[in-house]
Design a protein around this ligand. Structure first.
Ligand code: ADP
Ligand code: MG
Length: 231
């Protein structure tokens, strides 16, 4: 048995290589997040917030160091194991929703389920349940273009949770929303954390968004500085 935190990064190194140039982003990043936490990550543009989320999603690989999530060591896994793991454990919420315009709200939410051994009826039940949870019951057949930004983001959140992942990664989820829609999205994220026990890591520039997290970490010059606790 291990006593490591749910998310456990030790001495993670990551650099981008452009031509002959090395651009180090992290040179020894440590991070420990317990299961059930809701963490906001703030920091200047270019400080590596998206790179970190991509590593937590198993999309980007660390160059060195250990990256554990739950019982898995992502730095030990190959590409196909990583994508199978991601489909089970991770939901991602994007700033600009990333919905497919030619699909309805329900079809967008159903997408991650098409990879799973579920019947059409089981898929439809799950889609109905999460659309209900985000307050979009009755809008199954609407296309993204006929929805407000706030509604599209709630479709994005429904799609992120339809596979019942334990970890939600959100990259500026309120960055494109007006205040009321941002508050709706944040209320849903808080509900998912408090009532359904989802662990949430949310990158944000928005202090109001950070205020709905349990704690905020500031990323600067490749390291974390904790900034008080809330909630
Ligand atoms: P943030 O999300 O905090 O703005 P990013 O993680 O997007 O920061 O980027 C961190 C740094 O890495 C930036 O300097 C950026 O230019 C660089 N970077 C990000 N992605 C790539 C990439 N695919 N190739 C090269 N450099 C990258
Ligand atoms: Mg970013």
């Amino acid at each position: 048995m291990t006593h490591a935190a749910y998310i456990d990064l030790k001495e993670v190194r990551k650099a981008y290589h452009i031509g002959k140039e090395d651009i180090p982003i992290f040179s020894g990043l440590d991070l420990a997040i317990p299961q059930g936490d809701f963490v906001a990550i703030m920091g200047p543009s270019g400080s590596g917030k998206s790179t970190l989320l991509n590593m937590l999603a198993g999309i980007d690989r660390p160059d060195a160091g250990s990256l554990g999530i739950g019982d898995h060591r992502l730095d030990w896994m190959g590409e196909s194991a990583l994508s199978a793991w991601r489909a089970h454990h991770i939901g991602i919420v994007f700033q600009f929703y990333n919905l497919l315009p030619m699909l309805t709200a329900a079809e967008n939410v159903e997408l991650p389920l098409l990879l799973k051994p579920l019947t059409r009826r089981e898929r439809r039940e799950r889609v109905g349940k999460v659309l209900d949870l985000v307050g979009l019951a009755g809008r199954e057949k609407q296309y993204p273009s006929s929805m407000s930004g706030g509604q599209q983001q709630r479709v994005g959140i429904a799609r992120a949770i339809v596979s019942d992942p334990d970890l939600l990664l959100c990259d500026e989820p309120t960055g494109d929303l007006d205040r009321a829609s941002a508050d709706d999205a944040l209320r849903i994220l808080s509900f998912l954390n408090r009532e359904l026990g989802k662990t949430i890591v949310m990158v944000t520039h928005d202090p109001r968004a950070a205020g709905s997290a349990r704690r905020t970490l500031h990323l600067d010059k490749g390291q974390f500085i904790e900034a008080g606790t809330a909630g």
